[in-house]
Design a protein around this ligand. Structure first.
Ligand code: FVH
Length: 260
């Protein structure tokens, strides 16, 4: 079974290289030819054009910046996609995904969407989770070769499900990052080095708090807990302001945690 990867940025190259390492012949195309050259050095067969890349590939993977780029790249080769499986791992909203899935169906292609919960250097490790949704039949057909990327989880036949879960998980990640940067800025006002604070205190603290999440997921928050949280958040906001750290992140947290 032949595969193509359209888009050989950091992630597309990692995905194509993982296929090659697993013994899967893989053709790649990228808008800027130098990235195609770099991927060729990893064993990816170079395609000069999108049409050449799609060629007779049974699985066409699309890994581009956004959905505008997906439409721009795929529309000229729409007629070639009939009978193929289109696997789109480009970040997008659930609505954008449903639109491109409907467009693929109009052109006779099976559509699977992918949400990659990993960074390029982790591709190929079992810990790298890829969320899938869309055509169950097409996913099942390709689940074996896709195992080269990491652990696949199929979420359902609504094509937007993978994007919904992907964006929810990314939102949690960005919230954590923002909180971490805020913490670093707070102690930084007293000259505490960000690297040491992060390694010695912040990371172990966040690890221990992550373990509490399953308990919080279904728990009723008591009035006493709410009061304790409100006092702590008021102190965080007050201290940050006194230390000259902007309150754009923490001020809304107080009302969010209070449920208002
Ligand atoms: N990198 C990561 O950690 C995350 C992990 C989770 C999944 N994301 C998503 O993967 C998509 C690609 O991300 P990437 O890391 O490969 O990004 P870049 O290295 O910046 O490559 C972007 C590629 O998109 C091509 N491109 C952009 N616009 C167009 C266009 N109009 N026509 C054709 N190609 C286009 C770009 O081409 P070029 O600039 O090299 O010519 C790159 O191949 C993304 O959705 C992440 O959210 C990665």
């Amino acid at each position: 079974m032949t595969v193509s990867v359209l888009g050989l940025g950091a992630m597309g190259t990692a995905l194509a290289a993982a296929f090659v390492r697993a013994g899967q012949p893989t053709t790649g195309w990228n808008r800027s030819p130098e990235k195609t050259e770099a991927a060729a050095g990893l064993g990816v067969v170079r395609a000069e054009t999108v049409a050449d890349a799609v060629g007779d590939a049974e699985l066409v993977v699309v890994c581009l910046l956004d959905h505008a780029a997906v439409r721009e790249v795929l529309e000229p080769v729409a007629a070639q996609l009939t009978g193929r499986v289109l696997l789109n791992v480009t970040n997008g909203t659930a609505e954008q995904v449903r639109e491109v899935a409907a467009w693929a169906a109009e052109h006779g292609a099976s559509y699977v969407d992918g949400g990659i919960m990993a960074i390029p250097p982790s591709i190929g490790q079992a810990e790298s989770v890829v969320l899938y949704s869309g055509s169950r039949e097409a996913y099942d057909r390709w689940a074996g070769p896709l195992g080269a990327w990491g652990t696949g989880t199929f979420l359902g036949e609504d094509p937007g499900l993978a994007a919904l879960h992907d964006l929810a998980l990314l939102g949690a990640m960005y919230g954590m990052f923002a909180g971490a940067f805020h913490a670093t800025a707070m102690v930084g006002t007293e000259g505490v080095a960000a690297g040491r604070f992060t390694t010695e205190l912040l990371v172990p603290w966040l690890h221990s708090m992550v373990d509490v999440l399953p308990m919080l997921a279904d728990a009723e928050v008591t009035a006493e807990q709410r009061l304790v949280e409100q006092v702590a958040l008021a102190n965080i906001i007050g201290t940050a302001a006194a230390q000259g750290v902007p309150g754009r992140l923490t001020a809304p947290l107080k009302s969010l945690v209070a449920g208002i």
